[in-house]
Design a protein around this ligand. Structure first.
Ligand SMILES: [Zn+2]
Length: 79
């Protein structure tokens, strides 16, 4: 199963604008990063639990897709 947690993207430091790569998981767990530019602590904030909700919806959709493909081909495909 594809896991959204392993997707990465870049965020900019609010102090120095240095771009840092983070994983979706870091945002979901509200991790604290250290900026590689100015060494400031960056507290990630999953505002309104949007990351958590998106991950759950993504899992549901992927499960439905797996089921649909399995019905079409009568085989099991693990995505
Ligand atoms: Zn910085």
């Amino acid at each position: 199963m594809i896991d959204l947690d392993r997707f990465d993207f870049e965020v900019e430091c609010p102090k120095c604008s240095f771009a840092t790569k983070i994983f979706y998981r870091d945002a979901r767990l509200r991790d604290v990063l250290i900026c590689r530019g100015c060494k400031a602590n960056i507290q990630l904030n999953d505002h309104m639990n949007e990351c958590r909700k998106a991950r759950r919806q993504f899992h549901t959709v992927m499960q439905e897709l797996e089921n649909a493909i399995a019905k079409l081909n009568n085989i099991t495909i693990r995505l």
